[in-house]
Design a protein around this ligand. Structure first.
Ligand SMILES: CSCCC(=O)C(=O)COP(=O)(O)O
Ligand SMILES: [Zn+2]
Length: 211
């Protein structure tokens, strides 16, 4: 099996799992997986598709500039430049971007602060943080419509082989060394967002734990 086919299948599997979670509303979301290092090539989702569907045209191979490597009618994701920034700056192997109601609410709640912080949750161990008082932070950037501007702002927060950025009222982009890690981190972030949103609602309605 060629490396492209192997990586295609790996990315298709993650895509199917995120679809199962219903994280691809209205054609939103994009995913990629690194195929080769030198030269850099990666498979990225084709733009504008319903990512819940599985087809032979789900992904295309692009280069270090996000340009298709082969002749194709498919367009790479409109947000490919963000993936380019990550692959060119780190050893990430997979990138996942989803729009969820919870990640949009958190990005709006804490957007003016420029970050959201979470602690006191067992799931933080998914990020490799095992201390009892561990805190995890996620940067929040404005949702610039001009993608090169968005990519430039985004790149300021790309400083490790694994990481995540919230784009305000848009979605989350998570990356990891491989597909397993990227998915684990994405699920952990979405757990934290969902818990936090529900907790704030419960607090407001005074349905609090009795201790
Ligand atoms: C309807 S979602 C708007 C575009 C977007 O934010 C997204 O994630 C999907 O764009 P793509 O070009 O990757 O399909
Ligand atoms: Zn998006």
């Amino acid at each position: 099996m060629s490396i492209v086919v192997k990586k295609w299948r790996e990315l298709a599997e993650v895509k199917a799992e995120l679809a199962e979670r219903d994280w691809f509303f209205a054609t939103s979301g994009n995913l990629s997986i690194k195929v080769t290092d030198e030269p850099l090539t990666f498979l990225v989702t084709a733009s504008g598709k319903d990512k819940r569907k599985q087809t032979d045209e789900d992904f295309l191979l692009v280069d270090a500039f996000g340009k298709p490597v082969e002749n194709t009618n498919l367009k790479p994701s409109a947000e490919t430049l963000l993936h380019v920034e990550i692959y060119n700056r780190t050893n990430a192997g997979c990138i996942l971007h989803v729009h969820t109601v919870d990640n949009n609410i958190i990005s709006e709640l804490y957007g003016n602060k420029g970050e959201a912080a979470f602690s006191g949750q067992e799931i933080i161990k998914a990020f490799g943080l095992w201390e009892e008082d561990a805190m995890i932070r996620i940067p929040i950037i404005p949702n610039y419509a001009h993608i090169p501007t968005l990519a430039k702002e985004f790149a300021k927060h790309v400083n490790g082989d694994a990481g995540a950025v919230l784009i305000r009222n848009h979605g989350i982009t998570v990356w990891g060394r491989d597909a397993f890690e990227a998915k684990k981190f994405l699920e952990a972030w979405e757990f934290l967002f969902s818990w936090h949103v529900k907790w704030l609602l419960l607090k407001q309605t005074a349905v609090l734990p009795v201790d």
